[in-house]
Design a protein around this ligand. Structure first.
Ligand SMILES: Nc1ncnc2c1ncn2[C@@H]1O[C@H](COP(=O)(O)OP(=O)(O)OP(=O)(O)O)[C@@H](O)[C@H]1O
Ligand SMILES: [Mg+2]
Length: 262
């Protein structure tokens, strides 16, 4: 077993988190790993980038919207707070029961939590926290998590189980500012092994800009590619539609494995 089992992917909106998550999921599956991809971004879209067929995407309901299940497991209805409910609901059966599977990739969608004020702990957030903890600590497959521009789903206790966090950046100041903020949040949680992935790169100047401004080491790059855009427009898997980008992502995986997986 390699040491690299749990990868979280973060970054500014629209930089390519979902595309990278999909690419890594396919590459690790191809390399013989059992992969669970986690869509932890409320905006979603991972199923499409993975090339899941429409009928499977329809079946994929976010866990945070499963009211009955949340009620059954926590003892309280979603949307309520302040009452008594379990902070340690049973979740061990959820990944197998509520994920969908295609091309040997298991996909689970977490959905969004309406935090409704700072630090609110409501039944659905208790449920998602317990689930992410379970995925990180008690499942042995390769987990690749597509996150928001933050570390919302991670807590102090679980962040250290993340073997690597990749912050996707593009040649643009905003994405590097967001990377800076994510790095701070990740540092607070003592997340280990933070790397940037430069995406939508066109020139050496782009690469230099990213290296000069990244708060964390840059592990690799993906070039700007019309095939990636087309995959998105046509609802095709990035892995199948953009072979040149797959080759670049393979180099990133090799670099990651050399840095921490070996
Ligand atoms: N290497 C690339 N070359 C060209 N276009 C790309 C590349 N990577 C991603 N894109 C395009 O950029 C857009 C955003 O990509 P993606 O959805 O992967 O980003 P995201 O960070 O997950 O966005 P969101 O924050 O909305 O979830 C998509 O239209 C995608 O096709
Ligand atoms: Mg996305």
């Amino acid at each position: 077993m390699t040491a690299l089992n749990k990868i979280a992917i973060s970054g500014k909106g629209g930089v390519g988190k979902t595309a990278l998550t999909a690419l890594l999921s396919h590459i690790y599956t191809e390399r013989g790993r059992s992969v669970i991809a986690i869509d932890a971004d409320p905006a979603g879209g991972l199923a499409g980038a993975l090339g899941f067929p429409a009928e499977l995407i329809e079946k994929l309901k976010p866990i945070s919207e499963m009211e009955e299940l949340i009620y059954e497991r926590t003892g309280a209805k979603p949307g309520t707070s302040g009452g008594f409910f379990s902070l340690t609901p049973r979740v061990d059966d959820i990944p197998d029961t509520f994920s969908v599977r295609h091309d040997d990739i298991r996909l689970l969608k977490l959905g969004s939590i309406d935090l409704g004020g700072s630090g609110c702990m409501c039944p659905e957030s208790a449920m998602l926290k317990a689930l992410v903890t379970h995925l990180l600590l008690y499942r042995d497959e390769m987990m690749i998590m597509d996150m928001e521009a933050g570390v919302e789903h991670l807590g102090r206790a679980t962040a250290q189980a993340v073997d690597a966090m990749l912050i996707v950046v593009e040649p643009g100041r905003r994405s590097l500012e967001v990377a800076e903020r994510i790095t701070q949040l990740a540092g607070d949680l003592k997340l280990r092994h933070l790397y940037a992935v430069g995406n939508k790169v066109r020139t050496d100047l782009d690469r230099a800009f990213i290296v000069d401004n990244s708060p964390v080491p840059v592990i690799g790059y993906l070039s700007s590619s019309p095939e990636v855009i087309e995959a998105d427009l046509k609802g095709l898997s990035v892995y199948k539609a953009a072979p040149a980008t797959v080759a670049e992502a393979q180099v990133i995986v090799d670099a990651l494995e050399a840095a921490i997986g070996a």
